[in-house]
Design a protein around this ligand. Structure first.
Ligand code: ADP
Length: 264
């Protein structure tokens, strides 16, 4: 499929219906009958106990499970109205529409410039070096990192930054391919509270022109940044709704038990 054909105007970025996923050739049933949607301009937080399927769900969206031959999947996932498993979909082109931010900052062990220019270069997104330079700057500015690194773009390695700076570099790198959706897998799980506050501020800014899925173990973080919350339990989506509704009035017994200490 030509890249342009992936762009379809839709008010739903992602739709998942009746999705089941198994690891290890069927031995581990990790996701069960999941149905959910994601809209442009919102932050959807995935919460729930460890091992309930949050990361597994996140990896479905950009077909990260493709590399795992033991994974089996049934049900349907659409991105901007198109079935992501349709044989005509080119996974690298699909992945460009998603930015991934991992828990542990994982910059390339190369310069800031190379970290941020790599994606646009391999996807051929920039016409020339001047456009690339402007784009690298814009990506770093959006991630609130530009002022701290602008004089050392070519001499400083991504790995030489502080943990919080590294995570903002990874966000700049994720933004560099101009994705529609950001997938953030506990992005503040290994950085300090000040760095966490900066990432949360960024999430609230970035959602204006993206849809964001945020896996978090922090209920306070979900309350601060999420528009909607999805509660997972043992591979099932037991509740999804506006953040305040889910926290103040959880309907399912599983969500009530998980949020127990916070409710009432
Ligand atoms: P969470 O993100 O909520 O902590 P995960 O999505 O990582 O949960 O895991 C869901 C379930 O799938 C767990 O039982 C986990 O052990 C299993 N699992 C995750 N990744 C793999 C894998 N690559 N191979 C086999 N089982 C896995």
């Amino acid at each position: 499929m030509a890249e342009a054909e992936i762009f379809v105007l839709s008010d739903t970025e992602i739709e998942v219906s009746a999705l089941d996923l198994w690891y290890d050739d069927g031995a581990v049933h990790a996701l069960r009958d999941i149905t959910l949607d994601l809209h442009p301009g919102e932050v959807l937080a995935f919460i729930g106990p460890s091992g309930c399927g949050k990361s597994t769900m996140l990896k479905v969206f950009n077909r990260m499970h493709d590399a795992n031959r033991g994974v089996r999947l049934t049900g349907k996932v659409t991105f901007q109205g198109i079935d992501i498993h349709d044989p005509s979909i080119d996974p690298p082109l699909l992945r460009r529409r998603f930015g991934w931010v991992a828990q542990k900052p994982n910059p390339f062990p190369s310069s800031i410039w190379q970290n941020v220019s790599y994606g646009p270069r391999i996807h051929g997104l920039m016409r020339d070096e001047a456009e690339m330079a402007a784009h690298v700057e814009a990506s770093l500015r959006r991630a609130h990192l530009w002022d701290e690194v602008k004089d050392r773009l070519h001499t400083l390695a991504g790995t030489e930054l502080s943990g919080g700076q590294q995570q903002r570099l990874c966000i700049a790198r994720a933004l560099s391919t101009m994705p529609d959706v950001l997938l953030m897998d506990e992005p503040t799980g290994s950085i300090d509270p000040v760095a966490t506050a900066k990432v949360e501020e960024l999430v609230l800014e970035l959602k204006h022109d993206k849809a964001i899925v945020l896996v978090t173990h922090s209920m306070m973080q979900a309350r601060r940044v999420a528009d909607r919350v999805a509660v997972f339990h043992l591979g099932r989506l037991v509740e999804i709704g506006p953040t305040e509704d889910v926290f103040e009035r959880p309907r399912s017994a599983e969500a009530q038990a998980f949020l127990g200490g916070l409710v009432g």
